[in-house]
Every structure is written in C-alpha cells, then in structure tokens.
Design a protein around this ligand. Structure first.
Ligand SMILES: Cc1ncc(COP(=O)(O)O)c(C=O)c1O
Length: 407
C-alpha cells in the first residue's frame, strides 16, 4: 500500500498489450500539438468552428424540451432512433441512389466507433487487414487494437493502386478486410478514380474481400465531380462508414455504417456492449437540423470556405517551396500531402518546426509499416488565411535549409 492507501499494482501485468504504447499514442499527440497558442498549426484535421450550427441549435433544443417527446433524453435502440435512421436512409437515397434496408444501417458514435465495431465483429487475432497507405491513423489504430496484421497497399494520385492489390490477392494473400477512403483522402487529399472503383468492387467479389469505405470527406468536394460510392456499386461487398463530424460538428459524435445485413447485425450486437446506443439528443438534433435543410446549407458554406483555403495554400506552396518538393492538389477535403526531396526527413523537420512555431504531421503515423519519412501532411481546414501564407513561408525556409544540410 502507498501512503494514500491505494494498492501498488504491477501495471505491466495488469494492463493489456492491445492498447499499449504505439497503438494509441498517434492521435493523442496530434491533438495535443495543435493546441499551442502561438503556433501556426497545419496539424489536426479539425473542421473550422465557423462552420458550426450556431444559435438555431439552441432553438431546436428548446423545441425538443418543450415538445414533451422524451425520446431525445431517453436511452434509444442500439441501431439508432427511428426518425434519425429514416433521415439518414433518405439522405443516402438522395446522394448515393440507394436506400438501405432497415437491417443494413446502424447509427454510430462517430465513424471511429464504426471502425472499432467492424474490428470487434470481424477480426480475430493475427488476421490480415489491408489499408491503403498512407491512410487515416485512427483506422490503423482501431484495427491494430484487435492484434491484427495491418498491411499497406500504396496509393497514387488516383487513389488505391488496385493493380498492386490484385497482385497481392492473386498470389494467395487472403485478407478479410480492405480499408479505403475513396474521396479526398486523409492524409493525401487524393480520390479514387471511377475506373479503379469498378475494378476494386469486382476484385472484392472475386476474392471474397469485405471493403470498408470511409466517406468522411465525400461531402466536402470543391467541384461538381462525384463518382459513385463503392457502397452504391456493391452493397453486398462494402460497408460504408460515414461521419457527421465534418458536415454537422464533431462534438455531436455521430456517424453511420451501412452494409450487408450479415455484417450490420453483428455491428449492432457489438455496439450493445460499447455505448449501447449513440446519444439520442445528438441524433434528434441532427434530424431536426437536417430536415429543415440546414445541414445542406451549412455544407455549402463549408465547401466554399475549405475550397478557398485550399487554393490559397496551393498558391502559397507554389511560391514558397524549393524545387524538388511535390504536393497533391486536392479536389476536396481538408489536406494536402507533401513529398520532400531525397535526404530530407519529415520527422527531423517536424522537431525543428516547433522552434519556428509552425506545426504539421510528419508522414510515418499514416503508414502501418514505418514508411513516410519523406512525407508530411498539411491540414488547411482550421487555419486563418494570413497564417496559411506565413506558415508556408516558414516551411519553405526550413526545407531549403534542410536541403542545404543546415539546421
Ligand atoms: C478518414 C476519417 N475517418 C474518420 C474520422 C473520424 O470521424 P469521427 O469524428 O466521426 O469519429 C476522421 C477524422 O479525422 C477521418 O479523417
């Protein structure tokens, strides 16, 4: 016993390895980096609070309280409340051309919970999971926490290299799942071409592979192009995971999964012992806000804001980056992805960047296998316009110095 009466435990024996060092650190360190006051931060993939709903939400809460309908304040069904489910199903019908059946949809506490539920429902220890790489760090962490073998399939400017996937599958690799972000990907900002979408769903069917399509940035496209979602192309072989974090606000912690009923039934079962149901108040706020057309109006404003910031950043990079640095030109989303010249380390640069009061995320956390030291991610979603230009200038100076071998 210690002096305050608590037992001294051997924590190494008590704590499980699945959440141990290396599994959960990545996201926490990104979130902490983005907080320092005087730092120009390109790090966290946060929506800008200027896009959040504002006062109308107070009116909706008031109406819910006064209506006498207790559903917003009560426990709800694990798969989600009927009204919000109908709202989300209707949106999928409008946007994807297919309305999920009841057994194909579950409302989750954010997309990250949907990924965790998929891990719980599908993955046994040592199973192989493929992820496009680079990819969303939270997905790598979620799959790894089930003690799986997470392997990388490279991407290029047209998204996942389906030719390399086919090669791996044709020599006998038998992964259960493949995780992809087909629209304005995190961290690279690229999208999967239509031709590759068709090839990918065809491959999934031929090899018995379940595709997990994360559509976190699908509604944040700056132009009119909107290729079919994988789920719309192959609802029998795809689970689509979505989030309202970028389109409504992340504090509500709401998302969805739609997919084959055999899988969704298991997600609902798994959810009974995580949070039992996504918060009912958030579900009802979303539904009321959405049915009044306010979600679509908010997203139009958000797309304009992020599109303008993206253009500003791309121009600033053009002006400030030395020859030899390359970057992606996103058609939507929150991020661009830089490739540094040979010999310049993004991790070393990130350490020095803090002295220059500028922050970004170096590439390695976005890969399951330690690649990425010549890459870095810049998020343009929550950064003031003046800071974009000054931040790019500081980065340009630092990269130039690193190329010359200086500090
Ligand atoms: C690709 C991707 N998926 C999912 C999420 C997380 O979504 P949620 O806030 O709904 O958990 C993010 C957030 O950064 C993301 O970039």
């Amino acid at each position: 016993m210690t002096s305050d009466g608590t037992a001294t435990a051997e924590w190494g024996r008590i704590l499980a390895s699945r959440t141990g060092a290396g599994v959960g650190e990545g996201l926490a360190s990104i979130l902490s980096l983005s907080g320092a006051g005087d730092v120009i931060s390109f790090s966290g993939g946060f929506p800008d609070p200027a896009t959040f709903p504002g006062e109308v939400l107070a009116d909706i809460v008031r109406e819910l309280v006064l209506s006498g309908d207790a559903s917003a304040f009560q426990y709800g069904p694990t798969e989600g409340l009927p009204g919000p489910r109908d709202f989300i199903a209707g949106r999928l019908q409008d946007r994807e051309g297919r309305r999920p059946e009841d057994r194909e949809l579950v409302i989750t506490s954010g997309a990250i919970e949907a990924l965790e539920l998929l891990g719980k429902a599908c993955l046994d220890r040592a199973d192989v999971v493929l992820v496009e790489a680079p990819t969303y760090l939270g997905a790598i962490m979620a799959f790894r926490s089930f003690e799986t073998d997470v392997r990388a399939v490279p991407i290029d400017d047209d998204g996942l290299r389906v030719d390399l996937l086919e090669q791996a599958l044709s020599v006998g690799e038998r992964p259960k799942l493949l995780y992809t972000i087909p629209d304005h990907q995190n961290p690279a900002g690229v999208s999967l071409s239509m031709e590759r979408r068709l090839a990918l769903v065809d491959m999934a069917r031929r090899y018995g592979l379940l595709l997990i399509e994360d559509v976190a940035y699908r509604e944040m496209g700056f132009g009119s192009e909107r290729p079919d979602s994988l789920w719309a192309l192959a609802p029998d072989s795809v689970v689509q995971v979505g989030t309202f974090s970028k389109t409504f606000f992340p504090g509500v912690r709401l998302g969805w999964a739609v997919g084959p009923p055999q899988v969704v039934t298991e997600l609902v079962r798994a959810k009974q012992v995580t949070d039992q149901c996504a918060g009912a108040l958030g579900q009802r706020l979303l539904e009321e806000y959405g049915r009044r057309g306010l979600l679509e109006a908010q997203n139009e404003r958000a797309r304009a804001l992020y599109g303008a910031r993206c253009r500003l950043l791309l121009d600033a990079l053009e002006n400030e980056m030395p020859a030899g640095v390359a970057w992606t030109r996103p058609g939507g989303g929150f991020f661009t992805w830089l490739t540094l010249p040979e010999g310049v380390s993004a991790v070393a640069l990130a350490e020095r960047a803090m002295e220059q009061r500028v922050a970004f995320v170096p590439g390695p956390p976005f890969f399951p296998d330690g690649q990425g030291d010549s890459n870095l991610r810049l998020a343009f979603s929550r950064i003031r316009e003046d800071d974009i230009v000054e931040g790019a200038r500081r980065l340009g100076v630092m990269i130039r110095r690193a190329m010359e071998g200086g500090a």
